[in-house]
Write a protein that binds this ligand. Sequence first.
Ligand SMILES: [Zn+2]
Length: 406
Amino acid sequence: MSCKTKREADLEYLLEGRVFDGQSLHENWIVRIDSITGKIVGSGERGSIEEKRGQKIIEQRDTTILPGLIDTHVHFFGSIGSGINEWATTPDALAVLRSVSDLHRLLRAGFTSVRELGTKSGVFLAKAAEEGHFESPRIISCSRALAQTGGDDDPPSYPLEIGQALASYSYFCDGPWECRRAVRKVVRDGGKVVKLYASGGFAQGGKVRLQFTTEEIRAIVDEAHRSGIKVAAHAYGEEALLNAINAGVDSIEHGLGLTPKTARIIKDRGIFYVPTLVTYRKLKPSTNTAREKMIARHFREDMELAKRYSLKVTMGSDIVGDENRPHGRNYEEIAEEAQFLGNREALVAATSRAAECLDLPMVGRIREGFEADVIIVRGNPLKDVEALAPEKVLHVFKSGKLTSNS
Ligand SMILES: [Zn+2]
């Protein structure tokens, strides 16, 4: 028996129209949202779901209702300039304030969850957002990334201690026991995932170098899994990919240099593959031909292999919050992935599969009992991904609450 007051009934929303539920599309569906519990009360064909007086009805022509978008690879550097020194030397308070604004922008653009893979104040942003101090997507933070001495985020132009003290997003560790201790620091910080560098990247220019050994990665994976959290591995090149996947990581970030051999193991082990394509579109071309070849290959062979082996490709943009990669239009990664996988698969990668990657079992689908992270966009993103552009996002519900400006 319902004993809800009128005010409570007002806090129920009834959305009507075309629905992408995280897997498939349905015409003429209804979705009921309870703002008090923050859950989806029901979804299904018109007539199959109870309608009550007092519910707020949202129905607009040619719109699509879908789960809130999820970006599984972001950073919040809050810097204007880009590059390792700019990221490292932006004062923390300034970076945080800019990041709050970035998070608000992301929420209004339809992103209701993000996985933050290395940011000085990532866990504090996550905590303040969870406490409700500002409107934000849910943040799954790794606190600091784990990197070897001289690794990707260890600015080489400074003396060691100064470089590592300035470093914007890593704990440096060498050898299995230091690596285990670094995981324990992440857990102590409140990190919900571990990020490690199996290779370098392009941040320091030059040749991409192999980083942590398999022994070190195994120690990190074992320690993280003992604490019940997953491991995301930055990996470029076949050897780094093999080191990471053989050590048991849960997701491959970037994954440049995929080969049939590595694709087969990634497939067999159910590892997520996060190609971060949009980042490589945004990087300025360099004179480093090896780097340019690796990037060009990523858009051809790597993605063809990902498709051929049906890898669990997941939406992750590697947008960092600086002038080259500003937050807000992160949906462009979905458009990039759609070119290879098709629109439906790219939408799965940004909703239900992304939630699985983040270990959020009750997020990423429009289904009874799930978290009411729901957005309404103008148009049909299964026909045209541009329907996910921020200017097309009409309403955003995060845990059943309609966000301001939406
Ligand atoms: Zn990244």
